[in-house]
Design a protein around this ligand. Structure first.
Ligand code: ADP
Ligand code: MG
Length: 650
């Protein structure tokens, strides 16, 4: 028998809604931090312990008037009136006026607040919903909320709390998330009275992301298209993690879990990661309110986009276009050179002081010259690439003319004077000076080449040798580089095929003798179902009978055996998937497989011309630093590391 119908008491209603708002302590922490951010605070201090059953949040925001303190703890009272659809867009988190009321029902809560124009702070307490009257007290401008004994009188909720350590982990993540998208707010976080995090205010999200996630080498992009702004801080594809936890997504600065954004990010990193690897990305998306379906509980972190394919494309494109530029290569190799582009000019030999000094002190001139002189020991009969960076060794290593050297001596002298270390140029070893000068000269030439001939990075490397018939050994000014010949070629072939697919312009090359494939009938029809798609990558197939196919045309770069293997594999997959396959994914797999089987093998001897050709191909495709399966294509050993390893510097 059911009991008679009765209206619930406010207390019970409040406790139920408290459960929704404060499902777990981490949700409560989020609500309280959001309130501080809404109040315009630029300093937030958080103390917590007991897995979040004790939380104190202090801010320097606008505060609450004494006369309004009671209202702040009443249900449905808010100072942030806005249309519901705006919540993902406007700069205020709150709108329901429910959080404080709910928390005050299920805890021992103290609210202390002082607006700037009020002489004294006011304090209001609520012991499991029973409120005191407002008292005056001393406090600085801002608001402090202290929550103790959360859920003490709601045993059902208490029972559902996980262990203190898992709640603590959730709280930490929540705080990190809030901090990631609010770089201008200082966060101080104490756990059990010990400083856990301190993130000072910074002017850029990239700095904050590096601080919060303890990263040092991140990249940044910010693009707007169709009214959707995508801002992202991310790591190179060789810095990955084994789960999604370092993928942080925000929409309207709200931390969300969203499968569309996730899929778009993963597809942007396509072919740069190995199976089971996830990128490190903080991505913040701002979009017009009309793009979102707002009929979703806002406390939940799930959202629904009205047109998720637009969001997918926008996010994918924004991230992919920067990943394709492979900024990590520029960062590692070319940044210093680029930064001096305006300062160093050739052939007038103007030196940049700072740069010159840096070189002088960080660089080991003997090591440098030795390296370059020893370039002649490598395996090739033609030691110097005809158009490479050291195309005219005589020029590079010639003695500066006396006029030049005089000019330089005075430059050096004045530099040393300013620096206050060595004041007499004659005490600087003449050879060392010449070396530094040569180096600057070579650098200047290099810059001119980069500028005028747009020599690609890979082609500009000086080829030294081939190690173990597997790795190309090369060097530039600052490092020794090993390139995996198979992985590099595989990548270049893959990119070329994908480019044909994307542009729809495959380089079709008719075969003199068509290549026949004997296949089961079902596999033949599987391949015929994607005949048009194959044509886009230059593969022209035709049915030659119930269990046979012929290939009339194929890109010349592919080997027959690669075609056969890859097509059989594709046919098998299409057959096993029935009609349910995304052709883009299948084509990418097909291209990866054909590239892999057509690429130069490990163990294959390469001539200098072949190596040069390979490096030139790598330049055509900026993503050439990872093979399509995500393995790195090259390893870079900075000279500084070699010098350290050999004890030449500490
Ligand atoms: P909401 O944020 O949805 O408005 P809350 O229950 O979280 O609801 O807060 C109620 C009201 O209390 C807010 O609208 C705001 O006016 C005030 N308030 C809460 N926290 C703070 C704070 N840290 N600083 C200033 N005002 C606050
Ligand atoms: Mg709020």
């Amino acid at each position: 028998m059911l009991s008679p119908i009765q209206t619930l008491t406010t207390e019970v209603i409040n406790q139920i809604s408290a459960g929704e708002v404060v499902e777990r302590p981490a949700n409560m922490v989020k609500e309280l931090i959001e309130n501080s951010i809404d109040a315009g605070a630029d300093k937030i201090e958080i103390h917590f312990s007991e897995g979040g059953r004790f939380v104190q949040i202090k801010d320097n925001g606008c505060g609450i008037k004494n006369s309004e303190l009671h209202l702040a703890l009443s249900p449905h009272s808010t100072s942030k009136i806005s249309a519901l659809k705006d919540i993902w867009f406007i700069n205020s988190y709150g709108f329901r006026g429910e959080a404080l009321a709910s928390i005050s029902e299920v805890s021992d809560l103290t609210l202390v607040s002082k607006p700037a124009d009020q002489k004294q702070a006011g304090r209001l307490k609520s012991l499991f919903g029973k409120k005191t009257s407002v008292e005056h007290t001393g406090a600085e401008k801002g608001t402090t909320v202290i929550v103790k004994e959360l859920f003490q009188q709601t045993p059902a909720r208490l029972k559902f709390l996980k262990t203190s350590s898992s709640e603590t982990a959730l709280i930490k993540n929540t705080i990190k998330a809030m901090a990631l998208v609010h770089p201008k707010i200082e966060f101080r976080v104490l756990h059990k009275n010990k400083l856990l995090f301190y993130w000072p205010a910074v002017d850029h999200i990239q700095k904050r992301v590096e601080g919060v996630l303890s990263l040092s080498n991140t990249f940044y992009t910010n693009t707007t298209s169709g009214g959707i702004n995508v801002e992202a801080v991310f790591c190179a594809p060789n810095e990955t993690v084994v789960n999604r936890r370092q993928m942080w997504f925000f929409v309207g600065k709200r931390w969300v879990e969203d499968s569309t954004i996730h899929a778009a990010v993963m597809s942007a990193y396509r072919s740069l990661l190995m199976h089971g690897e996830y990128p490190i990305v903080v991505l913040s998306l701002l979009c017009p309110p009309d793009d979102l379906d707002v009929n979703i509980h806002p406390a939940k972190s799930k959202i629904r986009f009205k047109n998720s394919s637009v969001i997918f494309r926008t996010v994918h494109h924004s991230l992919r276009s920067i990943l394709e530029k492979a900024p990590w290569i520029v960062n590692r190799e070319q940044k210093p050179a680029v930064s001096t582009e305006q300062e160093l000019s050739f052939p007038n030999m103007k030196f940049n002081k700072t740069r010159f000094q840096q070189k002088n002190f960080n660089f080991q001139p003997e090591a440098y010259e030795k390296d370059f002189q020893e370039k002649k020991v490598h395996d090739f009969s033609d030691p110097v690439p005809s158009k490479g960076p050291v195309s005219k060794p005589a020029d590079l290593f010639s003695q500066p003319s006396s006029a030049e050297s005089e000019d330089m001596s005075s430059t050096i002298k004045s530099m040393n004077m300013t620096q206050g270390s060595v004041t007499d140029v004659s005490s600087v070893e003449a050879q060392e000076v010449r070396q530094v000068v040569r180096e600057a000269q070579e650098e200047a030439q290099q810059l001119v080449r980069e500028d005028h001939q747009k020599t690609g990075y890979w082609s500009s490397l000086q080829i030294l040798s081939q190690a173990h018939l597997t790795y190309i050994l090369a060097q530039n000014r600052s490092s020794v580089i090993f390139i995996d010949q198979h992985a590099a070629h595989e990548r270049a072939l893959y990119e070329r095929l994908m480019q044909s697919w994307n542009t729809g312009k495959g380089e079709v090359q008719n075969r003199l003798v068509p290549l026949a494939l004997d296949l089961e009938e079902s596999l033949v029809s599987a391949l015929l179902s994607v005949q048009k798609d194959l044509l886009k990558i230059g593969l022209e197939i035709e049915c030659s009978g119930p269990d046979g196919l012929v290939i009339h045309a194929a890109p010349a770069i592919l080997k027959d055996v690669a075609l056969q293997k890859a097509l059989v594999q594709l046919a098998d997959e299409i057959k096993s998937l029935g009609g349910s396959f995304a052709i883009e994914k299948k084509i990418a797999d097909l291209c990866a497989s054909m590239a892999c089987h057509s690429a130069i093998r490990a163990g294959q001897a390469l001539s200098l011309a072949e190596i040069k050709n390979l490096l030139a191909q790598m330049d055509e495709f900026p993503l050439s630093s990872f093979c399509p399966h995500g393995r790195p294509v090259f390893v870079n050993y900075p000279l500084s590391r070699l010098e350290r390893d050999f004890g030449r510097r500490t």
